[in-house]
Design a protein around this ligand. Structure first.
Ligand code: PEP
Ligand code: MN
Length: 350
């Protein structure tokens, strides 16, 4: 339930609404907006007596939030959420934000080298897994903490922000010490203890859609993060299982405009895991931006043939450079722009 205040409602009036909600036995969460403030009522089971709130000073209306995901919904917050990182990079709003890097951190040369290359191309967020969720227990599982240390070195060398995966609740604290964004992988989208821990980590979270998750399940998984007080959440469409074997997954581009209408959270696309095939990454990346994605996550490796994971879907740096050029043109047609390298230069010089 949402208590919408009149424009210019006084701080006292807002406080009175908060106190009343608490007195009714619920949690209150004020949501300041450009036009007016709203106060969210959390923890109701649909049978709240709204008349007590409607009668309070400064209250415009009380609306029931119809979706089961409350704080994630556009009913709860009409304006787009913009996630802002320490290096000045923004995700959401008018910018299109690119995250790129190898599937996994493999060595210092590999990660610092590719970070320099990508940063020169205007990428401000470096991806790279240190803890890898692999289908086979015999595949490379990532460098673990050493991988996190190497990511931090790449950040130091370039000013890029770092996004990397936390595999389990026990690992959240450690990953949060190094990462600018915590990634929750597709396999863990409904790992609720992990979501709760990530929600309390104080770090922005990138939540990837589960491989057979509905859009509603994705939004409800995000609700776990917001319910813990973390609204710095980025959603990611990375493809769902289908009956077709030509591609690794079916990148569901329809999810992008659907999520954008249902939620205020930014949504990016991952055409690398979405297709599993290097030659299909660029066309689907272009399509995702055209569909309204707030950004992309793309796997790029200095030597994909020797990659320890996901080499077949990793772009060569020069292919990625071309993709960036094309994305800039598409962004312009949509009156958006791709985050500029100046953000990183600024971060490095400050
Ligand atoms: C990844 O991005 O490294 C990854 C494992 O992706 P997903 O969780 O989407 O499979
Ligand atoms: Mn991968």
């Amino acid at each position: 339930m949402l208590v919408v205040m009149k424009q210019g409602a006084s701080q006292e009036a807002i406080s009175r609404v908060v106190e009343t909600i608490q007195d009714m036995g619920y949690d209150a969460r004020p949501i300041p907006g450009k036009q007016r403030t709203a106060v969210g009522l959390i923890g109701n089971d649909g049978r709240v007596e709204s008349a007590r709130l409607e009668g309070l000073d400064g209250v415009l209306e009380v609306i029931a939030v119809s979706h089961p995901y409350k704080q994630v919904s556009r009913e709860w917050k009409a304006e787009d959420t913009v996630v802002t990182l320490a290096n000045g990079t923004r995700i959401g709003g008018s910018e299109i934000t690119i995250m790129a890097g190898p599937c996994a951190v493999e060595s210092e040369d590999q990660i610092v080298g590719i970070a320099r290359t990508l940063s020169e191309m205007g990428v401000t967020i470096l991806r790279g897994g240190a803890f890898k969720p692999r289908t086979s227990p015999y595949s490379f599982q990532g460098l673990g903490e050493e991988g996190l240390v190497l990511l931090a070195r790449a950040r130091e060398a370039t000013g890029m922000a770092v996004v990397t995966e936390a595999l389990d609740p026990e690992g959240v604290e450690l990953v949060a010490e190094y990462a600018d964004i915590l990634q929750i992988g597709a396999r863990n989208m409904q790992n609720y203890p992990l979501l709760r821990k990530a929600g309390r980590s104080g770090k922005p979270v990138l939540l990837k859609r589960g491989m057979s998750a509905t859009i509603k399940e994705l939004l409800l998984a995000a609700e776990y993060l917001l319910a813990e007080g973390n609204d710095q959440v980025i959603l990611c469409e990375r493809g769902v299982r289908s009956f077709d074997t030509h591609t690794r997954n079916l990148l569901d581009l329809t999810a992008i405009p659907v999520v954008k209408s249902l939620s205020h959270l930014p949504i990016i696309a991952d055409p690398s895991h979405g297709t599993g095939l290097r030659a299909k990454v660029t066309p689907m990346a272009r399509a995702a931006v055209a569909a309204g994605a707030d950004g992309l996550m793309v796997e790029v490796h200095p030597d994909p043939g020797r990659a320890l994971s996901d080499g077949a879907q990793s772009l060569y740096p020069e292919q990625f450079r071309e993709l960036m050029t094309q994305i800039r043109v598409i962004a312009q047609a949509l009156d958006r722009r791709v985050g500029s390298p100046r953000t990183v230069e600024k971060a490095l010089s400050s």
